[in-house]
Design a protein around this ligand. Structure first.
Ligand code: ADP
Ligand code: DP6
Ligand code: CO
Length: 351
């Protein structure tokens, strides 16, 4: 029996201008454009292998060693789009094996906490789509594949590119113009670093999908955010990135994180993703910036309590000296492990 196999890794991306809200839940189209930074390949990443064979009896996904249901519509939509593209290839070249007709076995592993606000759905669906596209030898480029990954999880479309990435919301009803594009490759701004402070690795009680639906349905603040605040910020943040203006980039990143969490609090009933420890990190970052009289570090929080800090490499030592002193000596936190290589520096603090 012939088994065809392909594997890939996809890194997480952490939004600096947040996607929060769907205008079309069926096609997973957002209410606003967003921007993110994709972390380095080897840090927080998903490793996915996809296999197909005439003998496989059903599509199966093993996530972190456990069989996961493939019944959810969004995964099915991704598989269907990929099979349709493979089918087109097979129609053009009848000698190709009919992989589009066969079942898939997918094995995926995240090397970081799943569903804890560290963008597992982003790395997860990006890896799923790219692994199957490789298996099917599809000729589509990353932006085209990003439209498929978007249907699995919105944030996933941005993990198909490295560096600074924008997800253009588009306005077409069929979603053909809602996809990710590169703003700046990481090599063009290599001084930019990210550090992740894992505050909690437990699964969140409100998934991103549920949370944003509640916000869209109940928050008044949200309307202001998507009509006025984000469109302006989208243009300005892209400019700050292209000009490598850290101060502007950092300030907008922090404001946007706060604006997003404000709409969560303004949802009814309210959603709390950040906790007291997260708030401590926010205060600490503002104190550090005030102390240096310069914006040396920015925080952002996705739909969970874990902090992601962005800063320039030249400030790394002074920043971590402060963080360590204040978090460790004052609060008695212990870094569980850390890696020397930043951009995905993972420092797990436990209270
Ligand atoms: P997160 O903040 O981690 O992105 P979400 O609530 O957005 O949390 O999504 C978590 C869900 O994404 C998981 O419950 C799972 O269904 C899906 N997911 C996570 N990792 C993978 C993966 N490697 N492959 C496929 N699906 C995944
Ligand atoms: C706060 O992409 O996980 O991380 O499309 O429903 O799967 P679904 O949501 P998801 O939402 C991410 C929300 C966010 C902000 C962001 O990544 O832009
Ligand atoms: Co997610």
């Amino acid at each position: 029996m012939t088994v065809y196999v392909a594997s890939t890794t996809a890194p997480v991306n952490i939004a600096t201008l947040k996607y929060w809200g769907k205008r079309d839940a069926n096609l997973n189209l957002p209410t606003n454009s967003s921007i993110s930074v994709t972390l380095a390949q080897d840090d927080l990443r998903t490793l996915t292998s996809a296999a197909t064979s005439e003998r496989f009896e059903k599509d199966t996904l093993w996530l972190n060693g456990k069989e996961e249901s493939l019944a959810n519509k969004r995964t099915q939509d991704c598989l269907q789009d990929l099979r349709d593209l493979r089918h087109q290839l097979e129609s053009q070249n009848p000698s190709l094996p009919k992989l589009s007709q066969w079942k898939l076995h997918i094995v995926s592993e995240n090397n970081f906490p799943t569903a804890a606000g560290l963008a597992s759905s982003a790395a997860g669906f990006a890896a799923l789509v790219v692994a199957i596209a490789k298996l099917y030898k599809l000729p589509q480029d990353m932006s085209e594949l990003s439209r498929i990954a978007r249907k699995g999880s919105g944030s996933a479309c941005r993990s198909l590119f490295g560096g600074f990435v924008a997800w253009e919301m588009g306005d077409a009803e069929d979603g053909l113009d809602s996809m990710a594009v590169e703003v700046l490759p990481l090599e063009a701004w290599p001084e930019m670093k990210a550090a992740i402070l894992v505050v909690s690795d437990v699964k969140k009680d409100t998934s991103s999908t549920q949370g944003m639906q509640l916000t869209v349905a109940t928050s008044d603040l949200f309307k202001e955010r998507v009509t006025t605040v984000v469109p302006k910020r989208f243009v300005e943040m892209k400019e700050a990135i292209v000009n490598r203006d850290f101060t502007k980039f950092a300030e907008m990143t922090m404001k946007d994180s706060n604006s997003f969490h404000a709409t969560c609090l303004d949802s009814y009933p309210p959603i709390f993703y950040i906790n007291d420890t997260s708030k401590k990190v926010i205060r600490l970052v503002h104190s550090i910036n005030a102390f240096f009289n310069e914006t040396v570090v920015a925080y952002t929080f996705d739909a969970g309590p874990n902090a992601v800090l962005y800063y320039l490499e030249k400030n790394e030592n002074k920043l971590f000296a402060f963080l360590y002193k204040l978090l460790h000596q004052v609060d008695g936190w212990e870094p569980k492990y850390n890696k020397d290589q930043l951009n995905g520096f993972i420092n797990t603090f436990e209270n």
